[in-house]
Design a binder for this molecule. Structure first.
Ligand code: AKB
Length: 315
């Protein structure tokens, strides 16, 4: 078998684009996509796919041995808003999948593991602007608690067992290829779809709920960059702060209005506003820049232009 990379949660928002990017980089046959359900036609057609539950250690081990996997990307997770509705299911999925992958890496000498953390590790008492790499972490959501605990376990497995696990704290991610599901930052994708189909959008966050955000291409670039960096340059073994831009729903609406002047936004905040209120507004990512050369490319204006253009083409 020539395959050596396994992506768990390959059919999700990040997993889909990551699978395409890694297949382009390493060759289709080298990247095994997996998820608990099948993905879109392109993902299924372009390389190996396995139906796989990331919480099932034995099933994971079978796939790792069959394909002689050397690198694992664990993208399966329940996001912040969904986790508040199903706290125990979220905890089980988010933690057991991580333990499975860390233990597999330890037992089978997997070369490298990627596991995403999130800005959700921060909380009400964290400095809101330019949140430092090391700061108060008092997450109030199940998702945030699972990510904070996960960061500590990654750090532990690295120092105790030598597992080469790498991680970044993703902000809200914006993509035109796949929809997010169950997150607090999902509004920043939904708004583009509704701007084009309805010319209006009712936002579940307040107009001034400024959050850190990133265009998906930047997120994929960061993921590949940290995974290809020399191990010695990774000084943070919990998870790196990562930043590209920050904006509020009102600022995003204004950016859309530059292209669609009649677009209207209204605000009807729900429980997700309470989550957003505890998260940082902007992030200090100097350590990622220094250690492995992170540099974002896309700002709000570029993101808006590409999103509207690509979604219009797809319509
Ligand atoms: C969410 O909103 O839950 C995610 C995240 C910021 O981790 N997009």
């Amino acid at each position: 078998m020539s395959s050596s990379i396994l992506i768990l949660g390959a059919c999700g928002q990040i997993g889909t684009e990551l699978t395409f990017a890694l297949r382009k980089l390493h060759g289709n046959e080298s990247v095994v996509a997996s998820d608990i359900r099948e993905g879109g036609e392109q993902l299924m057609k372009t390389g190996p796919f396995e139906l796989l539950d990331a919480t099932d250690y034995t099933a994971l081990e079978d796939v790792v041995m069959h394909y002689e996997i050397q690198e694992i990307y664990l993208m399966a997770a329940m996001l912040s808003a969904a986790s508040e509705k199903f706290p125990e299911r979220a905890w089980n999925l988010n933690m057991n999948s991580l333990f499975n992958v860390l233990n597999l890496a330890k037992e089978h000498k997997i070369e490298k593991v990627f596991w995403p953390s999130s800005i959700a590790v921060f909380g009400k008492h964290t400095p809101k602007e330019k949140t430092p790499q090391r700061s108060i972490m008092d997450p109030s959501t199940v998702y945030g608690i699972s990510k904070q605990a996960g960061e500590r376990w990654c750090n532990y497995y690295h120092h105790k067992f030598g597992v080469d696990v790498r991680s970044v704290r993703y902000p809200g991610l914006i993509s035109w290829q796949t929809l997010p599901g169950g997150g607090t930052t999902d509004y920043a994708v939904e708004i583009f779809h509704e701007a084009l189909s309805q010319n209006s959008y009712s936002c579940f966050l307040k107009e001034d709920a400024k959050l850190p955000m990133m265009f998906m291409e930047d997120a994929i670039k960061a993921t590949i960059r940290i995974m290809t960096a020399a191990s010695a340059s990774i000084s943070v073994r919990s998870s790196y702060n990562l930043s590209a831009m920050s904006f509020s729903p009102a600022e995003l609406a204004k950016s859309i209005q530059n292209h669609l002047p009649d677009f209207k936004i209204s605000y009807d905040p729900d429980f997700r506003q309470e989550i957003a209120a505890t998260w940082p507004s902007s992030i200090d990512d100097r350590e990622a820049r220094k250690d492995w050369g992170w540099l974002p490319e896309f700002d709000l204006e570029q993101t808006t232009t590409i999103m509207l253009q690509k979604l219009k083409e797809n319509l």
